[in-house]
Write a protein that binds this ligand. Sequence first.
Ligand SMILES: Cc1ncc(COP(=O)(O)O)c(C=O)c1O
Length: 382
Amino acid sequence: MANVLRNSVRRFATTAARAATAETVNTYGIRVSQAQGVVDTLVGAIGNTPLIKLKKLSAETGCNILGKAEFQNPGGSIKDRAALYVVKDAEERGLLKPGGTVVEGTAGNTGIGLAHVCRAKGYKLVIYMPNTQSQGKIDLLRLLGAEVYPVPAVAWENSENYNWQAKRHAERLQKEDPEHGAVWTNQFDNIANRRAHIETTGPEIWAQTIGKVDAFTCATGTGGTLAGVTRFLKDVSDGRVKSFLADPPGSVLHSYISSGGQLKERSGGSITEGIGQGRVTDNLENEVKELDGSLFISDEKSIAMVYRCLDEEGLYLGASSALNVVAAKEVAEKLGPNHTVVTMLCDGAYRYADRLFSDKWLQSKNLRQAIPKHLEKYIVLP
Ligand SMILES: Cc1ncc(COP(=O)(O)O)c(C=O)c1O
C-alpha cells in the first residue's frame, strides 16, 4: 500500500515538475507563471510562493540556498496553509457547516491565517490565547473579525491551558447549535496540518527545483511543515533528499533526535516566536524517525542572520525564518559545494520590528554583541 502511494506521488510529481516549466513568456521577454491564474477567493491565493535564491550565502557555500517566500501568503505567513487545511478537513468530515464556528488555541500566525480563511469562507472564529501576549496581537485578531479570549498562561498539562479551554468552547457550541457546527481545529495534533505540506509545499518545492533538491531544513512549532515536506520529498525522491530539523534553545527536539529518541532536555528560552517544542506532536510523530539529523541554532546566530538577510538580500524576515536560513547554510556546509538546500522564510519582521531592531531590547536579551559592527546601522529603534 505504501509503495502504491509512493509511486503515485512520484508520477504526480513528474507531471507537476513539467507543469511548472510550462510557463509563458510575455512580449517583454518576462516569464509569466500560470500557477495562480485567476483564483477563487482569498483561499486560492494561499501557497504557490516563490523560491528565492539567497545569492550571498549561495556564493559563500558554493551551493544553491533557496528560501520559500511564505511571507507572501495573504495572511503574511506559512501558517495560512495549515489554517486552510484544518478548516477544509473539518468541512470534509461534516463538522463545519455554513455559518459554523472555528475555535483554536493560538497566540500567533495560525490565528491570523484562520481569521482570513474564516472570513473568506463565512465562518465565525474564536481564539483562546495566553494573557501574556501583546495587546497588538489581540487587537489584530479582533480587527480581522475573531472573538478573542486571553486566559491565564498555564502549562499544557493544566486543564485551564488555553488549548483545552478552546476545545471545551467548541464542544459547548456544538451542543448548543449542532445545525451550524463548531470545531476545535487543534493545529498541534490534527494531521490535516501536515497534509497541507504533503499536498502543497512539498510538491511546489519539487516542481520549482525540477527535482534538483538535495536537502530540506526548517524549525518546528506544530511540526506540520517539517513533517509534511519531509514526507513528500522522501517519497518522491525514494529517500534521496535529506531532511534536517533546525531547533532553537528551549526546545526538546534537538536532544531527542540527536540521542535517537532517548533524551528530552529542555533548558533556556529563545527570542524566536512560533517555533520550539516540548513534545513530539502527532503531526511530527511519523516523520521524526526519517530525519537525517538536527541542528541546534543559537539566538546569537538567528539575530545576526535577521540583519544579514536584510543587508545582503533585502529580505525583511522574522527570527524563525532567519534561524532556518542559518540552518540551510550549515546544511550546505555539511554537504559541500554543488548541492541545493531549501528552507522556509516563514514570515516577515513586521510584527516583531519593535523588538528585533531595538537597541534596548537587544541589550535586555544579551544579543547586542551578536550584531556585526557593519550592520549596527539597522538598529534604528532606541
Ligand atoms: C513564524 C513561524 N515560523 C515557523 C512556524 C512553525 O511551523 P509549523 O507549525 O508548521 O512547525 C510557525 C508556527 O506557528 C511560525 O509562526
